[in-house]
Design a binder for this molecule. Structure first.
Ligand code: ZN
Length: 297
């Protein structure tokens, strides 16, 4: 009998020890292992940077290099593909911006992908194609920030409280920015603009601007002589005096339009490149505001 008791005691001791180990080991490894989030490109990165501020268990990396600008026709490098596969969560803009995700789709579980534009009503171009540049309007950036927050909180419930607090704080800043831009742009006397690529329909809608023409109707493609003639005609007919290039793109055709019409060339930034700091998007929009006030006063 005492032997049997000893056995039972031994088994009990072993069990207690095991339970003890069990509760300890995963906790330790959880502390060491950070959640790895990769964002497709710059605007989504800045939103995610704001949402995850101060959360030490999360690290955020941006995939596309600054030179890529907008991700139209972006080709994944082998390194990009490895980084995407190694990430715990991938955050994309969606709406057709990351066409390469079709290829990645089968290698990454769909429930690891967060889509910033999910459920938002997207504007369509003349061909019925959806425009993905939601973040270029400040209200769109607010919608996308909230969207990322909601989806991240579902995937990472342990950080839901911190994510929500960060989301609220960033949305407040963006709402202030939106108010300021609306107030200051209410006083401009000109509304017609020509933009370089299809990045500004949401921005123009929010701030009451009228996009008369877009220089590059296809990304990274210079307009033909005929297309240029049409744009020049529109600029003249509408009395448009401001043409906007973008810091990320070089195009000689804008100078041709300027020479033919007497319109001036300014720079409007769609916030697809910039500093890797939380307030970078807000600074870019402040610069855009000053440019517009100067160009359209
Ligand atoms: Zn674009």
């Amino acid at each position: 009998m005492p032997r049997k008791l000893l056995k039972i005691l031994l088994v009990l001791a072993l069990l207690i020890n095991l339970i003890g180990c069990r509760t300890q080991v995963p906790t330790d490894s959880q502390n060491d292992k950070k959640v790895r989030i990769i964002t497709s490109f710059y605007p989504v990165y800045i939103m995610t940077l704001n949402l995850t501020q101060g959360i030490s268990g999360i690290e955020v990396e941006n995939m596309a290099p600054a030179a890529a600008g907008c991700l139209h026709d972006y080709q994944l490098t082998p390194q990009n593909l490895i980084a995407l596969k190694q990430a715990d969560i991938i955050i994309v803009n969606g709406g057709g911006m990351e066409s390469f995700m079709d290829k990645v789709g089968q290698e990454v579980p769909p429930d690891q992908i967060v889509t910033a534009s999910q459920g938002l009503k997207l504007l369509k171009d003349d061909n019925g194609e959806e425009n993905p540049h939601v973040w270029v309007s400040v209200s769109g950036a607010i919608d996308e920030t909230r969207n990322i927050n909601r989806q991240l909180a579902q995937l990472l419930p342990q950080y839901a409280g911190q994510l929500q607090a960060n989301s609220d704080a960033y949305v407040r800043k963006l709402e202030q920015l939106n108010e300021q831009m609306k107030n200051e742009l209410a006083g401009i006397s000109k509304r017609n603009i020509v933009t370089f690529h299809e990045a500004f329909p949401y921005f123009a809608r929010d701030f009451g601007l009228n996009i008369v023409a877009v220089v590059q109707s296809e990304p990274n493609t210079e307009p033909s002589a005929r297309e240029l003639a049409v744009i020049i005609d529109k600029v003249k007919q509408t009395g448009t005096t401001a043409l906007f290039i973008e810091p990320q793109y070089q195009g000689v055709s804008v100078n041709t339009i300027a020479r033919a019409t007497g319109a001036q060339v300014y720079t409007l930034d769609p916030a697809v490149t910039g500093e890797y700091t939380p307030d970078a998007y807000i600074k870019i929009m402040q610069n855009n505001l000053q440019t517009l006030k100067e160009a359209l006063h």
